[in-house]
Design a protein around this ligand. Structure first.
Ligand SMILES: NC(=O)c1ccc[n+]([C@@H]2O[C@H](COP(=O)([O-])OP(=O)(O)OC[C@H]3O[C@@H](n4cnc5c(N)ncnc54)[C@H](OP(=O)(O)O)[C@@H]3O)[C@@H](O)[C@H]2O)c1
Length: 287
């Protein structure tokens, strides 16, 4: 049985839907915090069990009989995130899983200024120590994050963010396809190469694409980290989230998200989705 955590979240749900398209439902289980929200999966024959990374006993029940477990990283950061991910890795190993898969990040690094990156590196250490074969899917930067960062520029005509660097933006759909291949085959082992979209694009590049797509000038303006942080706070963004975003730009201008390799396209056997396609959809939605 393949178990997917975070199946009420965006990536975990996409992976589960794809597994349902290629495996009998009784070979798929989900570990979710809210079983009510996964009721539809249960109705289609998926085993739905409550699992929370804060609760090892419940997790043992959710992972029971697992041959492979996909641990979808959570949205917390720091010691909390690492503790939760370690708990999940240990529970998967204790359940007898023959392979543990984890949604890491292309920028996983103990020294990154972007807070989730040291968390991923610490989880990868836990995977290495677990003694169980593992696959750490070093996912490219979500294209959905680019949409979140630049959405307001469509209204204002100004893309005002800190100095940045090129980022290999990657869609959830491509990453979900890759996760399914890794869950159902023998294609990826250990720390994967960066699983990324076809090219790395910086904010100036995004402004150019948006200008072309909308026919309206979108101007890229560099603001200081401090001004950007202050602006986020003034819009009600909590301090923690503001620091996270400032860290994102610091890491990006160090080139931490720049490598855009062929690994994902080769794995999928098809071209991956360019960021321009994602931005086009966004522009159409907001037109
Ligand atoms: N590659 C990238 O650039 C990038 C960018 C942003 C985030 N990420 C990472 O990728 C993950 C998946 O992305 P996504 O878009 O699917 O995010 P998402 O929709 O927010 O899903 C996150 C999932 O984590 C689950 N979760 C949170 N706390 C948990 C806990 N204590 N125990 C068990 N599960 C818990 C959530 O459960 P509920 O459904 O019950 O809330 C949710 O299903 C994110 O959580 C984040 O770690 C990667």
């Amino acid at each position: 049985m393949i178990i997917v955590t975070g199946a009420n979240g965006r990536l975990g749900r996409m992976v589960t839907e794809r597994l349902l398209a290629c495996l009998p439902a009784e070979e798929i289980g989900v570990s979710v915090r809210d079983v009510e929200r996964a009721r539809d999966l249960g109705a289609r024959g998926v085993r739905v069990r409550e699992g929370d990374f804060t609760d090892p006993e419940r997790l043992a029940h959710a992972f029971e009989g697992a041959s492979r477990v996909l641990i979808v990283s959570t949205d917390s950061t720091g010691e909390t995130a690492v503790r939760h991910h370690r708990t999940a890795v240990e529970a998967a190993a204790a359940a007898g899983a023959e392979r543990v898969l984890y949604t890491s990040h292309m920028g996983s690094s103990p020294s990154s200024p972007f807070p989730p990156m040291p968390d991923h590196a610490a989880t990868e250490e836990a995977l290495q120590r677990s003694g169980v074969p593992f696959t750490s899917l070093r996912n490219g930067f979500y294209a959905a994050s680019a949409v979140m960062l630049v959405g307001a520029a469509l209204e204002t005509g100004v893309l005002a963010v800190p100095e940045d660097g090129p980022v290999a933006w990657t869609t959830h759909a491509d990453l979900a396809d890759a996760a399914v291949l890794a869950l159902t085959g023998e294609v990826l082992d250990g720390l994967t190469p960066p699983l990324t979209g076809p090219e790395a694009i910086d904010m100036a590049g995004i402004a150019e694409i948006l200008t072309r797509l909308t026919g309206r000038p979108i101007r890229r303006v560099v603001v200081s980290d401090a001004d950007y942080r202050a602006q986020l706070l003034s819009h009600g963004v909590p301090e923690h989230a503001a620091d996270l975003l400032v860290g994102l730009f610091a890491a990006s201008r160090q080139g931490e998200f720049a490598p855009a390799g062929p690994a994902l396209a080769e794995l999928l056997g098809r071209p991956t989705t360019p960021l321009a396609d994602v931005l086009e959809e966004m522009a159409a939605r907001t037109a």
